[in-house]
Design a protein around this ligand. Sequence first.
Ligand code: 0A1
Ligand code: ZN
Length: 896
Amino acid sequence: MDSLTSESISEPKTIFLKNYSVPEYLVDTVILDFDLTETKTTVRSELKIRKNPASESNSSNLELNGQNLKLIAITLEAINEPSSLVKTLTESDYLLENESLVISDVPEFFILIITTEINPKENLALEGLYLSSNMFCTQCEAQGFRRISYFPDRPDVMALFTVTIHADKQHYPILLSNGNKTDSGDEGKNRHWVTWQDPFPKPCYLFALVAGNLYCQQDVFTTASGQNVDLYLYVEHENKHKCEHALMCLKQSMTWDEETFGREYDLNNFMIVAVNDFNMGAMENKGLNIFNSSCVLASPETSTDADYYRIQGIIGHEYFHNWSGNRVTCRDWFQLSLKEGFTVFRDQQFSSDMNSAAVQRIDDVNILRNAQFSQDAGPMAHPVRPQEYIEISNFYTVTVYNKGAEVVRMIHTLLGNKGFRKGSDSYFKRHDGQAVTVEDFVNAMESENNIDLSQFMNWYHQAGTPKIEFSESYDAQAKRYTLTLKQFCAATPGQETKKDFHIPIRVGLLNSNGETLSLDLSGEDSCSGEQECVLELKQNEQRFTFDNISEKPVLSLLRGFSAPVKITTQRPRSEMAFLFANDPDDFNRWNAGQELALDIILSLIKEHQAGHDLKLDKEYVNAFRKTLNNSSLDNALKSQALGLPSESYIADQCHIADTDAIHDVRIFIRQQLAKNLEADLLTLYNSFTISGDYQFNAKDMGQRSIRNTCLSYLMELDNADYHKICVEQFKNSNNMTDVIAALSLLVNHDNEYRENCLASFYEQWQHDALVIDKWFAIQATSRLPATLERVKSLMNHSAFTIKNPNKVRALIGRFCLGNIAQFHNSDGSGYQFLAEQVLSLDKLNPQIAARLIQGFSQWRNYNDNRQQMMKQNLDKIISEDGLSKDVYEIVSKTLA
Ligand code: 0A1
Ligand code: ZN
């Protein structure tokens, strides 16, 4: 019987949260047996199943999910029945459809044995079991397990897994799955087998299998209670020099989770495997994390500070999932933020504790403002807990992850550190081993802290970024300062009107010398004599009165970005410059600089559009100089403060995004700053030379960062001296951070060194795929015209393959999503290119195709000509036959 299903569907079905019902059948144990060969792997699955006592359904049909499986055989054995027999099922006993297998008339307790065949080599979607660089690996979240075997593929079905893997001994000496290795042996035909048992019940999305010829770097960690955990990092042999950093980060994460959240690890071993072909960053499979090699491998010569930093965060993220996600998991996929928002919050806190808290906060807010705010304002806007989806893979979004983390952070702000910890302890205790909902998390927080978070739940239910307006009044006689706050949230698809949010707003007040005023908030005991306080905005409009304020204060609002909102009230430039110089809150000081820059950029864009000559505000140059020369400022923070808002963020602030004007104005400002501050920039650049070996520490990273920021401004002057300095840095640096910084600048500007440096870089690193990804990305984000032509020709380069997601992201993704000015070329060439790539990728890897179309998501924010061209391309995509659910959902919602 040939039951191969097709990747595509004609009428995609929407799944609704409101239709959730408990599973009709539960699976207690799963015994899997894999006979691995590249093109035909046989999977035998033995399931111990029982009717769910909590289910009200009286159907006796068992429905299993399955996709791209070839069904070989099914047998069923009733348990506890007098005449129980092993029965081989025939076609009349079940209904086999494209994505499901329904077995009719099953008993209350039974054992079901299903044998299927799959083809890992043909699996380019990278979901289920697939081959990546000569190794077998799996990806089962969210719904990949159904591509391995027929199963109730939903997170609220949790089972104990025992897994035996058979494979060729020479090609696949390492055979891994979740839990503990319990047995192994050799068998005929040069094959061997290993059995793994996971003592923790888990949903099938946390199942994992790896088979390959891998190098293993080992370490150990002793937990707080004295348990030894063996740590294993498996990588391709050629990467054995790139393991140290990840193992160090893993040990840091394990210690941090014990100290900060009281969470200890629970198995005797923890394994991480690096794979080259992976759709996302990494996956938290129980005891066997699988990582995109770009998110785990590092060496000074091949990885930048940003890589080291990102790896630390992702190692932490996946490790922290062991509690927030694995021990306590999600009831259904609508609850995705329960594990992801919470875990992102945890990894952000971890990175903040390991590095500079202010820089971490700025990075987090930048992601939110540059990507999440625009999602919230566009056609794919959805609440942190979505109410419906067509393809769940499309909901691994910045909203679910990063806004979800902000929502958890707001609970932390409202409860304080101690209260939050009490709440999280109680959440883990109450729900250990369960599949739960967002309400369960919030209830644990509420009941441990005696607080009512019912209005706060609107953050989970409502999409859209709330806007905050403020007005101030000062009564000198009464020494009273009054702050009035108003909230508003625009309609989003499917949500016309919004209820008021419960918004924590951290504020401070400064006097005219920039000194902090002590606060006496009337009516609130909690904020008396403090230097800052958290206002709780719950109504549409609310007034807060501060007494004993002896002069008209300067307001420092939304400190640390205490809520994911937009402040819409314009402030005079002088006030922003004052805060940029004086705000004691690091985040707000940076933010004031960004607002000041944005205000200047937006007015220069108007000038530019009117054809006027541009002039840069002198006050701004002075404020910039002060920051540049402020020797008491931490270098990493200074480097952030000297950066201008990104082109995409500026585009989001415009009614109609004129990408050419945005690009020109931003460069104009950078050139003017460089002209006016050339000597200062050069002095600062020369004042740091880091001697000795590369180290990943705050001091060295800060110095590299400020040096490279200075160099990037100097390169705006585009003269031979700076070209030379850049080439020197490119040639003589002992670390990838400085090499890449120099090379990107050379590639951005027309100069005689550009092509030679690119060629020598390729020559040197052609054996290292991750470094070559950087080489692709640099060329794709170049400012120079003809970049699209370069991207197209690089697609024919022998190092490029459209089957590898990292390559696609580096070349196509960085051009379409990271090179705003060129992608939006008014001739429409960028749009046509994106549509072509989406259509060809959709046939191979729909998840990656669907990510790329984000390039069109803001199409309504452009002028008529661009709108029309983007729409034509969207129409072309949607009219294609056999489109995946992934791409269909995004395109149809983008057009709606
Ligand atoms: N849970 C992972 C993310 C992830 C989701 C889907 C994947 O495959 C398509 C892979 C990874 C995390 O949050 O790290
Ligand atoms: Zn995660």
